[in-house]
Design a protein around this ligand. Structure first.
Ligand code: GLY
Length: 764
């Protein structure tokens, strides 16, 4: 110590975690002097000039300023060996040695360590090359998480929503070196499903003092959607972690690790933070971190009754057993206030309001600095508002009472922190609502729409909903020989009038996405992203939300992104109640796989796949035929389904059933049977001088079409010229590959005709 009683302390870091720790330390009776580097506007009273990214400079500073104890907030200096360097000059460091910090610094090391010490985790494999990773993925055939082995500032973990995204992540790390050295080795880990909790303990190398459980919310968007962040909000303790469960988790994930580290000659000094998934098969290790979490620390420190400095100092002097650690009863919740654009491209220099802190609320600074008299943002996570209370609901209530005064004008927060255990208290009614105007309904629909859109987003979306134009990263396409973009626009048309009658708005969202998927698929392309446009006399937020929900679900199913959209309210253009739903799909294909191929010749066969119904054609006719009928009545001659069900069956996508055939190169051309039936659509893929003959007896025409034809008085021939008549997609295939093609499609198909010499399509 610098004198008999007190300590000179240097705290490293610049987040809200460090602001919270600095305040707690500043209250310690053991403190002589506190210095923080680099700090933020909240720690201004203690900030010192020091390049905290250089261990050499840190050691030099400590020696020259008589520092007794260095407390390290973030992981990077620890993984870089700052504790080892300080030990060489006899200065205590709260935080593990580089060898022990490998628990966070190398995910592969952590998994191997866990396996050695009987700490349960997911199935995991490490890879340095793309091919073996893809081969294992095929063999494992379950959803995985892709992780860079090294530290990657929160960007090294990708939770892909699909196989395609998994491949993209593998490719980005191992082939494009998107994370540099940190991603030279990757881990493919079984995706754990359950409730994730964090458990914190402090160790002096031998003694372990369990602290508390906490729960973070890592995704940027409401409802756990969007990109991963450092943390949008956390609370402690977690109601689900009962004292019994906490004891069990402490034994398995903290005690075994501390003992294991000691046994391996790397005694662990500092905070050990275990991320744990509570799965149906028991708790599993998600990851270890070698420091306090941010924002978890803000909540935990706010509950500390013991002298924080005394505890941290005891850990570095191997005397933790002598210092009782006491936490206050109750709960603390820390809500992150982030800058617009976070986590990809946070806007800098946003003015940050300074507000009063009522009892039970404290605002900690993160990326802030003073610009003259004005507090401004300097990064993504700007503030962390902590509420403490008797329980989670009260803690959240208090925190949000202040959060709501700060957000807006470039700053945002998730409004659903703690959703699992204490849903957000309802907001007070606005003046609009008092006046009977459903402002909240509009806002709720907008939020819901934004959420739905975000569920389709991944790391390729640079700018989406709310931007002037969607921005989509296509760099992964550079691995193709000659990438081509294929785009198609279409609309649902008058089907939406029936949709309104039946209230099936989600279905028409799926209709337009699937329609457009099929339109790019016939050129051999896979969908990349979709843009929508909704027009109406008066836009009803609930309806817009439901249509977009349907679009988002169809996009997720097709593993493509709903990049953005537009809504237009035009009372002079539309009849009341009608909604125009249109969209554009952009897909990609490698030029050698572009369809149709030039192999198509007379003798090629036409193989039909079933439609799910009218798809998005023939509704003017259908509305006339069924006019005045009760759509909930059974379809005449059908097998019990209602007229409405038959008419509104969602336009199906042929992406999945045809994937294997396309992959195997069995397809020479495809025609999506939309308006114009067989007669107009099949010639679009035939070479000049070729026509086709279709034998309409080769498949059974569904009852709906028979009913429409008989009631409308049209001839069979006419029907096949305007409707799909039960065949929604026609594949053109070489005669010797018909069997293989049919075997590759996991549903019944029919050889409905063949390519002939001539120009047109004839029916027989
Ligand atoms: N809140 C997550 C972390 O600090 O890693």
């Amino acid at each position: 110590m610098s004198n008999e009683e007190t300590l000179s302390v240097l705290l490293l870091g610049s987040g809200a975690r460090e602001h919270a720790m600095a305040e707690a330390i500043s209250r310690s009776s053991l403190l002589g002097q506190l210095m923080v580097a680099p700090g933020n506007a909240g720690t201004a009273a203690w900030n010192v000039e020091l390049d905290a990214s250089s261990n050499l400079k840190i050691v030099d500073f400590c020696v020259h300023h008589g520092i007794d104890l260095v407390i390290v907030g973030p992981e990077a200096p620890l993984v870089d060996g700052v504790a080892d360097d300080l030990a060489l000059v006899g200065i205590n460091c709260f935080g593990p040695s580089a060898g022990a910090a490998k628990l966070e610094g190398s995910k592969a090391f952590a998994r191997e360590f866990a396996a050695r010490h009987n700490i349960p985790g997911p199935v995991v494999r490490t890879f340095r090359e793309v091919e073996p990773a893809l081969a294992w993925l095929d063999e494992f055939n379950k959803p995985v998480v892709v992780k860079a082995d090294g530290l990657a500032a929160g960007k090294g973990v990708i939770v892909p929503e699909s196989r395609v995204d998994t491949e993209r992540a593998i490719f980005a790390f191992l082939a494009e070196h998107s994370m540099g050295e940190a991603g030279e080795v990757i881990l493919l880990e079984q995706r754990l499903v359950g409730e994730e909790v964090s458990l914190f303990g402090i160790s002096d190398g031998v003694t372990l003092v369990p602290l508390i459980s906490a729960q973070d919310h890592k995704r940027v968007g409401e409802g756990n959607t969007g990109l991963n962040t450092g943390g949008m909000g956390a609370f402690a303790p977690v109601p689900r972690v009962t004292p019994e469960l906490e004891a069990e988790l402490t034994e398995i994930f903290l005690r075994r690790a501390i003992d294991g580290m000691a046994a391996e000659g790397q005694p662990y000094v500092g905070v050990l933070y275990a991320g744990i998934m509570l799965t149906d098969d028991g708790p599993r290790l998600v990851e270890y971190n070698c420091r306090f979490g941010d924002p978890e620390a803000q909540a935990i420190v706010s509950l500390m009754e013991s002298d924080l400095l005394e505890v941290l100092h005891a850990a570095t002097t191997h005397s933790l057993a002598d210092v009782p650690i006491k936490l206050k009863p109750g709960t603390a919740a820390a809500i992150t206030i982030a800058a617009e654009g976070y986590p990809t491209d946070p806007r800098m220099g946003i003015p940050v309001p300074v507000v009063d802190e009522p009892d039970g609320v404290r605002v900690f600074h993160a990326a802030t600095r003073m610009d003259g008299d004005q507090l401004v943002s300097t990064g993504g996570r700007v503030l962390s508002v902590v509420g403490t209370g008797a329980d989670l609901a009260q803690a959240l209530d208090r925190a949000y009472s202040v959060v709501d005064k700060i957000t807006g004008d470039g700053l945002f927060a998730r409004s659903d922190i703690g959703w699992r255990h204490a849903p957000r208290p309802a907001k007070k009614k606005s003046a609009y609502a008092e006046a009977g105007v459903s402002f909240d309904a509009g806002l709720a629909a907008h939020n819901r729409l934004a959420q739905a859109v975000k569920t389709t987003h991944d790391h390729r979306v640079i700018a989406g909903h709310g931007s002037f134009g969607g921005v989509f990263d296509v760099s992964a396409l550079t691995r193709l020989k000659s990438p081509l973009l294929v785009a198609s626009t279409d609309g649902v048309g008058t089907k939406t009038l029936l949709t309104r009658e039946m209230g099936r708005w989600e279905d028409c969202g799926a209709d337009i996405v699937n329609h457009c998927i099929n339109d790019v698929l016939v050129q051999g392309a896979r969908p990349l992203f979709f843009l929508d446009s909704l027009g109406s006399a008066v836009l009803e937020p609930e309806i817009v939300g439901r249509i977009v929900d349907g679009m988002a679900a169809a996009c997720r199913e097709a593993e493509c992104v709903l990049l953005g959209g537009e809504t237009a309210e035009m009372p002079d253009m539309f009849n009341a109640g009608s909604v125009d739903v249109i969209g554009t799909m952009v897909g990609y294909v490698d030029r050698p796989k572009l369809l149709p191929t030039d192999a198509i010749a007379p003798g090629h066969k036409l193989v039909g796949l079933a439609s799910s119904g009218l798809h998005t054609n023939g509704y003017s006719l259908a509305r006339k035929v069924f006019s005045g009928m009760d759509l909930t009545e059974p379809l005449p001659g059908g097998t019990g389904e209602s007229i409405g069900d038959a008419l509104l069956a969602v336009h199906r996508s042929y992406l999945k059933p045809l994937s294997a055939a396309l992959e195997a190169g069995l397809v020479d051309g495809m025609a999506h049977i939309t308006g114009g039936g067989f007669v107009d659509n099949i010639p679009r893929v035939l070479p000049p001088g070729c026509g086709a003959v279709i034998d309409t007896s080769t498949w059974r025409r569904p009852v709906l079409f028979n009913y429409l034809i008989s009631r409308s008085g049209m001839t069979d021939d006419e029907a096949h010229r305007v409707l799909n008549c039960g065949v929604g997609m026609v594949v053109v295939v070489a005669p010797d590959q018909v069997d293989e093609l049919q075997a590759s499609i996991p549903e019944p198909t029919w050889v409905i005709g063949e390519v002939t010499l001539g120009r047109s399509v004839s029916l027989k």
